[in-house]
Design a protein around this ligand. Sequence first.
Ligand SMILES: Cc1cc2nc3c(=O)[nH]c(=O)nc-3n(C[C@H](O)[C@H](O)[C@H](O)COP(=O)(O)O)c2cc1C
Length: 379
Amino acid sequence: MPDQVRHDEWSRMRLYPMLRSFAFALDAEAAHRATITVLKLRTGSGFTPEPDDAPTLQTTVAGLRFANPIGLAAGFDKDGEVPGQMLGLGFGFVEVGTVTPRPQAGNPRPRLFRLIEDQAVINRMGFNNEGQAAARARLARRERGSGPDAAYRTGLVGVNVGANKDSADRIADYVAGVEAMSPVADYLTINISSPNTPGLRGLQDEGALDELLAAVQQVRVDKPRSDASSGSQPAGPPIFLKVAPDLADGDAERMVRAAIDHKIDALIVSNTTVSRPPLKSRYADEPGGLSGAPLKPLALDALRQFRRASAGEIPLIGVGGIATAEDAWQRIRAGASLVQLYTAMVYEGPGIARRIAYGLSRKLHQDGFANIAEAVGSE
Ligand SMILES: Cc1cc2nc3c(=O)[nH]c(=O)nc-3n(C[C@H](O)[C@H](O)[C@H](O)COP(=O)(O)O)c2cc1C
């Protein structure tokens, strides 16, 4: 069994509180860079290359088969440096990005803040990334299985695309992202919900969203798949749309309708919030997007609004403040076919994906569900 293996792994992972005190002594962005550097070293050993997930956790969404429903959210591995290592830590899928067509530096530092008392993070990174060509080259090496992480060629890797801050035509940037990244992505995410690129969330507004999604859909239709059997199916990987949790009345219904009309394959609910629920940390008033524990009720509420609006017509992916198997289970029962997390990994360490996977398989069993799909939306 796997049970014994898992427990041994966890005791190794209990090293994290010690590692964390080193990491937390560093500025948040330096700690993040150090983490990526260490992960890049760990290519040969130390990680289990293939998550030995319970078969009940396997699930199919948008035609993709996930080994488990727990994903790493966008923003941790912006440039596609360590997707294999993160899959090796037990995530069923990893979302690389946000990547923009051209490289960009992002906002001035400091731009990343740990709100320790609140188990939260505020970031205003502003899509710092090395550009799509760099990420594409890295992911292509991985695809061919010739890179140092060839051993980790299991699990799914999505790519989250965005627009450059100084772009004259943001819609064209998304179209370029879909074209550039399709060959190396299991799925693509159209990210119009980051609060740190001025005006970006405006693309969620009615006319703009229709125009954007029509343009994205057009690239897929214009490029039919080489295998003739695909018929009128859109070409390329499935496309997901990532939305903000800061919703006005009617927003969820409007976005669901636009997504379905334009054949979007799933909605990711949600990005960080610009709102500020009560917080204890001295960084509470830093501008940017808030993630982690204080986002949890808002993201859950947003998910429920999208579930009500869509009634199961389009798959939903729940993100925001998920830290435990209980949180993931609640999101699945509220309508999420998959979940993602980022901030809780900062506080709980790299064992979090496996802990949640293990807890979820127990919850399925206890509550009498045969698999994840059966539990989706069952609250
Ligand atoms: C430091 C940081 C950077 C992020 N960068 C991105 C990004 O580039 N693109 C994106 O779609 N979401 C980004 N996010 C948002 C996360 O993907 C996620 O939607 C959000 O943090 C809520 O999940 P969590 O509470 O589990 O962190 C970022 C989050 C953090 C904390």
